[in-house]
Design a protein around this ligand. Structure first.
Ligand code: FES
Length: 131
């Protein structure tokens, strides 16, 4: 497991981005805090493969009820990552296994393994993103 931050570094109901490094690519994931738990997703919009919010590190909509892509406004359910509004309706964010232990937030996979999995997912997205 890889420690990402303290749970209290992420205010309840908000999200934060983290870099993960691998031999094939560097990628980002987002971690959303919900009470004393967390959910993680790859910071890649299934619409075009771009980051959800380049540069601003804000991933939630104004009422904090959905994850929002700042590029074209797609909204995703926090619990499932499913897009419920926007150009990639019905698609899902790619989950990243994160957990809380002793008030610290951890990525539950080794970077190399996770990056390999994410690389495959992203290559599957590419034909669609070109449409
Ligand atoms: S890139 Fe995210 S909605 Fe288009």
């Amino acid at each position: 497991m890889i420690k990402l931050c303290k749970l209290d570094d992420i205010p309840d109901g908000e999200a934060r981005g983290f870099n993960i490094e691998g031999p094939k690519l560097a990628q980002r994931l987002i971690v959303i805090r919900q009470d004393d738990g967390v959910l993680g997703y790859l910071d890649v919009c299934p619409h075009t493969g771009s980051r959800l919010d380049p540069g601003r590190n804000t991933f939630m909509d104004d009422d904090g009820e959905h994850i929002r892509c700042s590029i074209h406004g797609a909204l995703f359910r926090i619990q499932s990552g499913e897009c419920i509004d926007g150009p990639c309706f019905g698609d899902k964010l790619h989950p990243c296994p994160v957990t809380v232990k002793d008030n610290d937030v951890y990525l539950e996979r080794e970077n190399v393994e996770l990056v390999d999995e994410l690389t495959q997912w992203m290559s599957d997205l590419e034909p669609r993103a070109a449409e």
